[in-house]
Design a protein around this ligand. Structure first.
Ligand code: FES
Length: 91
């Protein structure tokens, strides 16, 4: 099992589980967030938290909905060689 696990919660935050404290997280200015003693935390993805980047539960109050799911993407179907369909219209 991976040492760090990130779960995309349904209509909610990114749940980060890092029991060994391997993750370092920085703000836009390069200041490091103190994650000491936090083996797990949630990161806001709704944009509504007043404690960004961490989730404060606001997502449930604002009705945040997300549609992501971990699914395999299908390979693009090959284009069929159909000369009749690609010929210019005759008129
Ligand atoms: S995801 Fe929870 S407050 Fe934004």
């Amino acid at each position: 099992m991976a040492k760090v696990k990130i779960t995309v919660r349904s209509n909610g935050p990114y749940r980060v589980e890092d029991p060994e404290g391997l993750i370092e997280m920085f703000d836009a200015n390069g200041n490091k967030y103190d994650l000491t003693g936090k083996p797990a935390y949630s990161l806001c993805r709704c944009g509504g938290s007043v404690n960004k980047p961490f989730c404060d539960g606001t997502h449930s109050k604002v009705g945040f909905q997300a549609a992501e799911a971990a699914v395999k993407q299908e390979a693009p179907k090959p284009v069929e060689n159909n000369p009749a369909a690609s010929s210019p219209a005759k008129g």
